[in-house]
Design a protein. Structure first.
Length: 184
């Protein structure tokens, strides 16, 4: 299950970042980078299988730190594009985000029985839950850009994804800290 999630997210990372850069969409690039963070979390979760509880807590902590760095990086990119960006292509934003949404719904379903499992697997589920929300918002942003030609929808969604990613990172770190406290 985690191998499939890793492969699907890695493929969507490449598709979304390449498309986002090509069409100038901060929201699509943000979503693609979030896919990369998910692929990284799945790889960390795979490495934690069969390991000690301490290793699993550290794996979840690393996942949270990576996600936190990604969130702040996304906010920096939004600020950069605010000063030097163009209107992205709304139709392409939606076109690349629909398959990303499908991938994340599939992965979320695969991971649904893990959301109350060990801390490193809960982290993977939280990451994927955030992606589903981000995909829907990017699709709506693409529609708004397409209908209005206003690039700020893209920037607002990119910033929103960055803030949401930071919130999810803090949830994972809090969960890992609580797990560490209860295991000592």
């Amino acid at each position: 299950m985690l191998w499939l999630a890793l492969a699907l997210n890695a493929a969507m990372f490449v598709a979304e970042v390449a498309t986002g850069l090509l069409i100038g969409s901060t929201a699509v690039v943000a979503d693609g980078l979030d896919m990369l963070s998910d692929a990284t979390v799945y790889a960390i979760a795979l490495a934690a299988i069969g390991r000690s509880p301490h290793f699993k807590i550290n794996a979840a902590t690393l996942s949270g730190i990576l996600l936190l760095a990604l969130g702040f990086g996304l906010l920096w990119e939004v600020a950069r594009r605010f000063h030097a960006g163009a209107v992205p292509e709304g139709l392409w934003m939606m076109a690349v985000s629909l398959p990303a949404l499908a991938v994340n719904v599939i992965v979320l379903r695969l991971l649904s029985h893990q959301r109350n499992g060990e801390v490193h697997l809960r982290a993977a589920w939280i990451f994927t839950r955030a992606d589903v929300v981000a995909n829907v918002v990017v699709i709506l942003s693409g529609l708004a850009v397409l209908l209005t030609g206003i690039r700020y929808f893209d920037l607002v969604v990119g910033a929103g994804i960055g803030l949401y990613v930071i919130r999810e990172a803090l949830e994972i770190l809090k969960d890992a800290r609580a797990e560490r406290t209860s295991s000592t």
